[in-house]
Design a binder for this molecule. Sequence first.
Ligand SMILES: *Cc1c(COP(=O)(O)O)cnc(C)c1O
Length: 428
Amino acid sequence: MTLHTIDPEIAADLQSELTRQREGLEMIPSENFVSPAVLEALGSIGTNKYSEGYPGRRYYGGCQYVDRIEQTAIDRAKKLFGVDHANVQPYSGSPANLAVYYALLNPGDTVMGMHLYFGGHMTHGLKVNFSGTLYRSVQYQTRPDGYLDLDAMDILAQTEKPKMIVVGATAYPRQFDWKALKNIADRAGAFLLADISHIAGLIVGGEHPSPVGFADVITTTTHKTLRGPRGAMILCNGNPSTPLKKVERTRENFPTLIDRAIIPGLQGGPHNHQTAAIAVALKEAALPEFKTYAHQIVLNAKALADRLLEHGFDLVTGGTDNHLLLVDLRRKGVTGTQAEKALDASGITCNKNTIPFDPRQPFDPSGIRLGTPALTSRGMKEEEMKQIGDFILEVVEHWEDADRLVLIRSRVKEMTDCFPLYQGIHYV
Ligand SMILES: *Cc1c(COP(=O)(O)O)cnc(C)c1O
């Protein structure tokens, strides 16, 4: 029995979503298109199995094959990132960060993270997130020009003496200087957590410096530039074979502390279908083609940035070194929400975003965030980016003209028709 026969309602909605993905320009920087192989593993019978524990140490029988799958994922992650230890079980990025807090800190300890409105993530100490309620959160910002303010971070760390400093972003268009950040953490006696969720694929592809050797712990989602299924990993160095007893919170013990934080600390059974898909994505990310892909993501972001600058847009930090740009729309006379809606009506999906020291409110901020990972997966290159830059200008200049947006949408569809997506897949 197929999905379509059993549940035509869900099948029809999935078909509509597939069409939306095919016909639009997906420019949310945290999104991507997984390969058919990853999709197949994700939709596999791995979902049927309970396997609480770790390979070779499970609380259930019948784990011999899921043990192999998880061990393969672990081995590939360790090799790809060059670390001693990998935990591939976190259900997603936020639970992975929660696990690191749980492993390394006591409730009430001070954590220093980047403010959400300056590009950080909710789990980096936002007041309404667990990280800002269970812990004492102090937050750093960027400079007015959008670059990380290392001097201010150092002063804040010296004053507040956090137990852990979290570095990583959802809307930062430049590279992180891991060595300088590690120095700040060391001077304050803090652990350094690098959350590379957005840039993991760029790191693997050699397009962004790796935090390995600087950060004490690394978390990453697997579904962004890494182009795997939704999921996450926690990476660290240390001695993974610490015997089962009370372990001190020293760097050497991080592998044990992290594994125990995931289970029994926070999670039950791992998602074996997800683990299988992560293993496949890690295999793909180790191929030479992935380097080409990561390089093209950055070339595309730079090409789009150049075109938007030519069209008189302001970009936070003046450009990009990675996969995303943050557009300051104030000089164009539209708000982030107005631009997001008009772009959506034109088949261009992106999201509104605050800019540093935004004079507007977060629900209708001054900027939008644009990313190239998904478009690059479809095979688009610099030429298409220029055309997209032209589309964006037209949309922003005619954001109130619904007929004009419909016309742009048909031109967007003409473009996306040239880059087929998931040929052969259908739900209806
Ligand atoms: C995406 C992201 C997360 C959270 O991932 P989810 O899977 O959405 O929970 C955490 N940190 C950063 C920096 C991210 O970009």
